[in-house]
Ligand binder design. Structure first.
Ligand code: SAM
Length: 213
């Protein structure tokens, strides 16, 4: 795939769009400006790659809207070298944004076809992201604890394994709610047993799947 001047120009514009919507973290804005979002699209849909919209990626799933990716990434407050767990690899775009921001990324996907595609595709972009096929409700115990955890699907409740796998001082970013709308929520672990919960507005995600696939 080619990253032409046209694509780079469209990406610059996308950075301005998310900045105008309130994203201020320069690390996030730089990453949006660097990761070629059109590489995550089928060639027949390239013209949609730099619109600020979610888009179908197969298996009934979507690549999240760039503003949503930027918003969640900003809430994570990532420093270089931090260990970040993503639940919901999907296309792998969000994982690449986090890697571009300097995070060591671990990402879990529940849909086999999306996992297989990401395993093949992400290394071709030069990102060293550790990908796992499995149920993100359980987190990744062998690799815990994490500095940050991001869930990129709408969860009906906060899964205990995810808060258990946060370092003290760590942040979980998770959309919580029903199938139609969720509240973007941060859970900050302030001690072994204490957590601070905050809401950050309404978003719409595909549901985090449990036993029903
Ligand atoms: N982060 C993705 C990207 O950048 O393309 C977009 C994620 S999409 C909105 C939500 C993803 O969560 C889907 O790929 C879906 O298959 C996945 N998912 C749903 N339930 C899951 C679970 N229990 N464990 C892991 N992944 C899950």
């Amino acid at each position: 795939m080619i990253d032409s001047y046209k694509h780079q120009g469209l990406r610059k514009h996308l950075v301005e769009v998310v900045r105008d919507k309130g994203i201020t973290d320069t690390n996030v804005l730089n990453a949006i400006g660097k990761v070629p979002r059109h590489f995550f699209f089928d060639s027949s849909f390239l013209k949609f790659a730099y619109e600020d919209n979610a888009f179908p990626i197969g298996a009934g799933q979507t690549i999240s809207q760039p503003y949503t990716v930027a918003f969640q990434s900003q809430l994570l407050m990532i420093s270089k070298g931090q260990k970040v767990l993503e639940v919901g690899t999907g296309s792998g775009y969000q994982a690449c944004i986090l890697a571009e921001m300097g995070a060591k990324v671990f990402s879990i996907e529940r849909q086999r076809s999306l996992y297989d595609k990401a395993v093949e595709f992400l290394p071709t972009l030069g990102y060293r992201i550790k990908l796992f096929y499995g149920d993100g409700y359980k987190g990744l115990p062998p690799f815990a604890p994490f500095d940050k955890i991001i869930v990129t699907a709408g969860a009906p409740y906060i899964p205990d394994p995810l808060t258990d796998q946060l370092k003290i001082g760590g942040i979980l970013v998770i959309p919580i709610g029903g199938d139609d709308v969720q509240e973007m929520t941060t859970i900050t672990r302030i001690s072994e047993k204490e957590f601070v919960r905050r809401g950050h507005g309404r978003f719409r995600f595909v549901p985090l799947l449990g036993d029903k696939v």
